[in-house]
Design a protein around this ligand. Structure first.
Ligand SMILES: [Zn+2]
Length: 237
């Protein structure tokens, strides 16, 4: 299978995904009532998650990429109920984002490829990554574009909207390592002016760039990812 080179990114890195085993493991835990609750204290009444009750299991179809084959995996997410005010909320595992079917590694990899490479465009990224859909015996086997280019635009909008998360993750890293060159490094991340027409889009792109930059750093320092706990704490904002 051949494809055009996509920016400067290694393709294997570019097509990252959560493994179906990871989704299955989480789903089994949800089914058995053993998955951890990643929710923070209730924003409405302050009750801590120790007092939350399992409310319901929500189905979510995840899209994952295995050897350039796009597959769907049915997973379960837990909804929890606050015993103080009866409000409910979904707890997302590390690989899931609210309202997204593709998993975090895929979304992050595409977003990173877009913001890092001044020459990248949404259309080029989509065109560079043709995938084969998993086929069932009674369906036609067609190669289709993996996604619309607008999908990547929306992924950028999503991660680029997590400004509280970026601000707080930056603050935590600086607290842990005050001598770090993080501020200088973040200031050095630039977005090509070709990629935006408004200052708000520029800010969205920059926030997204900061987040993809911070994720591995945070992981190394705190031995845990920004997702899901910190992201949940700031309500994916
Ligand atoms: Zn509550």
């Amino acid at each position: 299978m051949t494809y055009t080179k996509c920016g400067s990114k290694d393709k294997s890195n570019f097509l990252q995904t959560a493994a179906s085993e990871q989704i299955q493991r989480h789903t089994d835990q949800v089914r058995q009532g053993l998955d951890p609750c990643y929710l923070p204290a209730c924003p409405h009444c302050g009750v801590t998650p120790d007092y939350f009750k399992r409310h319901e299991k929500r189905r979510r179809i995840f899209k994952i990429i295995l050897a350039q084959v796009l597959k769907t995996v049915l997973g379960l997410l837990s909804r929890w109920k606050c015993t103080g005010c009866n409000k409910t909320a979904t707890s997302y595992p590390w690989f899931a984002l609210p309202y997204k079917r593709y998993t975090l590694p895929t979304i992050r990899a595409f977003n990173q490829a877009y913001v890092e490479d001044p020459a990248a465009s949404y259309r080029k990224l989509v065109a560079a990554c043709p995938l084969v859909y998993e086929t069932s015996p009674d369906s036609d086997s067609n190669r289709e574009p993996m996604m619309e280019h607008s999908t990547i635009h929306r992924w950028i909008s999503t991660m680029g909207s997590y400004s509280s998360l970026v601000q707080n993750a930056t603050g935590l890293i600086l607290q842990a390592d005050p001598a770090s060159s993080l501020c200088r490094n973040l200031a050095g991340l630039k977005i090509s002016p070709r990629k935006y027409r408004s200052s708000s889009r520029k800010q969205t792109l920059l926030t997204c760039f900061h987040l993809v930059f911070l994720m591995p750093l945070y992981q190394v320092i705190f031995q845990t990812g920004i997702f899901p706990k910190l992201a949940t704490l700031f309500g994916y904002t």
